[in-house]
Write a protein that binds this ligand. Structure first.
Ligand code: PMV
Length: 353
C-alpha cells in the first residue's frame, strides 16, 4: 500500500536528542531519451554529455536509512540480502552526508525494489535517489533538490535525474568539482502524461556494467568524438519536442539517440552488445506499429530490456503487441511519475524485505 506523501523536502533540522536518525524515501527509475554515455571524471561521475529523461511512476525503490551513534562498517541489505559490494558503494555516498552533518556514525540501510535489479531498468538511479533523500533526512539535513541531485549523481550518474519527476534534463556541467552537474525538471509528469511499456527480455544481471562499458567505449570506440560533438544539437531538439509536446519529433530524436549510443558502444573493442534476440524483435515490432499509425517509439539502455514510449491511449495496444514477441518474459506498464520523496516510517516495511 502506498504511504502518505510528505513534501519533497526533508524535515528541518531537529534537536539531535529527539531525532530518530532514521528516515524512509522512495524514488522511481528514469529512462533517458537522449542518452548519457561517457564520463569526464569517473570518481565524481561527471558526464561528458548532457542527457534528457523521463521518470516512471510504477516501478519503485523504497529505502530506509538509520544512523547508529557508533563507529564501524555500514550495513546494507538489498532486496532482503546483505551485500558487501553495495555497502562500499552506498557507504561512499553516505560519507558525503556524514561530512555535511559533521558526524561519523555508521548506517543501517535496507532497500527494496519492486522490479528486477541490475538488468537495465535503472535500479541504481532510483536506489541512489532514495538513498540520499532518506540519508539526508535521517541526519536532519535540510537539502534542496538541486543539492540532492548532485549527491545522488555521486552514487550513480543517472540517479541525479530520479530526484525529479516528469521530463528531466541533466547538465554535463563545466566545473571540475561537479557542483554544476545536476538535473533540473523540464516539464511535469501531468503536463504530458506519456505511457511506457517495458518489455523484460531477461532478468539476469548484465555482464558489463555501465561504468566499465563507458570507460571501454571512451578508450576504444572510433565514434566517441562524433558522439560528444552531436549531443548538444540532439538535446536542443529533444527539449524543443518536449516543450511543444510534439510526439513525432520526440520519437525521432529518441530513437536516434538510442541507436547512436549502441552503435558507439558496439564499436568499442571488445564490442559491447547489450541486446538479445528478443530486444531486436521488439524494435522491429515497435517500428511496424509506428508505421501503421500507432504513436510509439523505443529506447534501450545498457541491458536487453526494451522500453516503448507512447501516447497514453496507445499503451494497452503497445503492451499487448510486445507480449506477443517471442522471448518477452513480462511487460510492465507505467506512466510518468514524481521525483524522490519521503514517506512515513511505519508504512515502509517492504524496504526491509
Ligand atoms: O548512471 P549509470 O551508470 O546507470 O549509466 C546510465 C547509462 C544509460 O542508462 C545507458 C543511459 C542513461 O542516460 O541513463
Amino acid at each position: 500500500m502506498y504511504a502518505t506523501r510528505l513534501p519533497n523536502r526533508p524535515p528541518t533540522p531537529v534537536n539531535p536528542d529527539g531525532h530518530p536518525h532514521s528516515a524512509v524515501a522512495e524514488a522511481h527509475p528514469n529512462i533517458a531519451l537522449v542518452k548519457y554515455w561517457g564520463k569526464r571524471d569517473a570518481a565524481l561521475n561527471l558526464p561528458v554529455v548532457g542527457s534528457l529523461s523521463i521518470t516512471l511512476d510504477r516501478l519503485r525503490t523504497r529505502t530506509r536509512v538509520r544512523f547508529v551513534p557508533e563507529s564501524g562498517a555500514d550495513q546494507v541489505v538489498l532486496n532482503g540480502r546483505a551485500s558487501e559490494a553495495e555497502a562500499r558503494r552506498v557507504g561512499a555516498c553516505l560519507d558525503l552526508l556524514r561530512e555535511a552533518a559533521g558526524i561519523d556514525w555508521r548506517a543501517e540501510v535496507a532497500s527494496g525494489n519492486d522490479f528486477p535489479t541490475a538488468a537495465g531498468l535503472a535500479s541504481s538511479a532510483s536506489g541512489f535517489a532514495a538513498l540520499v533523500l532518506a540519508g539526508s533526512a535521517a541526519l536532519g539535513l535540510d537539502l534542496p533538490p538541486s543539492r540532492l541531485s548532485v549527491l545522488a549523481r555521486r552514487g550513480s550518474g543517472s540517479a541525479a535525474r530520479s530526484i525529479f519527476g516528469g521530463f528531466v534534463e541533466w547538465a554535463h556541467g563545466e566545473r571540475a568539482d561537479g557542483s554544476d552537474s545536476l538535473a533540473r525538471p523540464l516539464l511535469g509528469a501531468a503536463e504530458w502524461p506519456l505511457g511506457v511499456a517495458v518489455a523484460v527480455t531477461s532478468t539476469a544481471a548484465k555482464e558489463i556494467g555501465s561504468s566499465e562499458g563507458m570507460g571501454r567505449t571512451a578508450m576504444t570506440s572510433p565514434y566517441q568524438r562524433a558522439w560528444v560533438e552531436g549531443q548538444e544539437a540532439n538535446l536542443a531538439e529533444a527539449r524543443r519536442a518536449v516543450l511543444a509536446r510534439d510526439f513525432e519529433a520526440l520519437a525521432d530524436i529518441s530513437e536516434h539517440s538510442c541507436l547512436k549510443m549502441h552503435a558507439l558502444a558496439l564499436a568499442a573493442r571488445p564490442g559491447l552488445l547489450y541486446w538479445n534476440g528478443a530486444s531486436v524483435e521488439c524494435m522491429h515490432r515497435l517500428r511496424a506499429l509506428r508505421r501503421s499509425g500507432v504513436p510509439v517509439f523505443f529506447t534501450i539502455d545498457a541491458g536487453p530490456q526494451v522500453k516503448a514510449v507512447c501516447l497514453p491511449e496507445a499503451r494497452a495496444a503497445v503492451a499487448a503487441a510486445l507480449r506477443e514477441v517471442r522471448g518477452v518474459l513480462e511487460v510492465l506498464e507505467c506512466g510518468l511519475g514524481e521525483g524522490a520523496r519521503l514517506i512515513e516510517d511505519g508504512a515502509a516495511a517492504d524496504a526491509e524485505r
